[in-house]
Design a protein around this ligand. Structure first.
Ligand SMILES: [Zn+2]
Length: 290
């Protein structure tokens, strides 16, 4: 089956892959959530992005039961999903930024593309502007605190990491934004759950899980590859564990949560960065209308 046919087969999304929206839509959804008035009976707004790094869109043809997966659960509970794209421009236009980790998440976190944010590949240090939502929402008094949980050093741990300057800016300005890099996805899950279990959990949480990307690089980014499939299953389990923790919060009934699950890029063979549909088409799943 061609990849076009695999995408055509996906029945859980509300647009077609031909009408995929730019992944910067994640930024818009989060801003709109915090700008909207509080629904009746709610006291606080919260948002979380659960990122499946390197998860191809075709995996949405293999959703498990709602008890075992964040995406299946959100969709079964009246959530919404759309096709989105990485690479800066819609397929088949040429890509204007690599279909890679730093450009993908940076586009979502800043609502801008590489022309503006200069992050057209991994290994580039972003200037303070444009700021990510993690600090912008705090400075605009839309939230009190944020948290960014990862296990890939390229985000803000390494010498050439994307948010190195932003992390320094946070320390200098005493912002309540926690940037923590764990050893692996288990550590990211633990950091995320520990945060959610706090009474005063962060208002905006951005957690990225590396299972699909790791096994895509190692074995091939295809649903037919069992290691890659298993990585998707693991991501879904991680995602549902996070959602359960959110719903178990003592204050949950008074909180207005936006929950998003998305990926930064797909993959082709054992890599990504290029212009293929496999690398370019992603998805955005939300517990709220998109
Ligand atoms: Zn990635």
């Amino acid at each position: 089956m061609s990849y076009e046919e695999k995408l055509d087969k996906i029945s859980v999304l509300e647009n077609t892959w031909h009408d995929a929206v730019n992944q910067t839509e994640v930024y818009n959804l989060i801003n709109r959530h915090f700008d909207a008035p509080l629904p009746e009976g709610k006291k606080t707004k919260k948002a979380i992005v659960i990122g499946y790094d390197g998860c191809t869109c075709e995996m949405l043809n293999f959703l498990g039961s709602p008890e075992n997966g964040a995406i299946s659960y959100l969709l079964s509970e009246g959530g919404h999903g759309i096709f989105s794209f990485a690479g800066g421009q819609p397929y088949p236009e040429p890509v204007t930024q690599e279909t890679s980790t730093a450009p993908g998440w940076c586009s979502m976190l800043t609502g801008t593309l590489a022309q503006e944010n200069k992050i057209d590949d991994n290994g580039i240090i972003k200037e303070i502007e444009p700021k990510t939502l993690l600090i912008d929402l705090i400075e605009k008094n839309k939230i009190g605190s944020s948290a960014f949980y990862v296990s890939w050093g390229g985000h803000f741990e390494d010498d050439n990491s994307t948010y190195l300057k932003e992390k320094q800016y946070i320390a200098q300005n005493n912002l309540s934004a926690e940037y923590t890099c764990a050893d692996d996805d288990d550590g990211t899950l633990e950091n995320t759950l520990n945060n959610i279990k706090r009474d005063d959990c962060s208002d905006f949480i951005f957690s990225i899980f590396e299972y699909p990307d790791h096994f895509g690089h190692g074995f091939d980014y295809r649903s037919e590859v069992k290691e890659y499939m298993q990585a998707f299953v693991s991501s879904e389990k991680t995602g549902i564990e996070i959602i359960r923790a959110i719903e178990s919060r003592a204050e949950f009934s008074q909180e207005d949560w936006l929950i998003l699950v998305t990926s930064d890029h797909g993959g082709y063979k054992c890599g990504h960065g290029g212009p293929t549909l496999e690398e370019r088409i992603t998805f955005i799943i939300s517990n709220k209308k998109i």
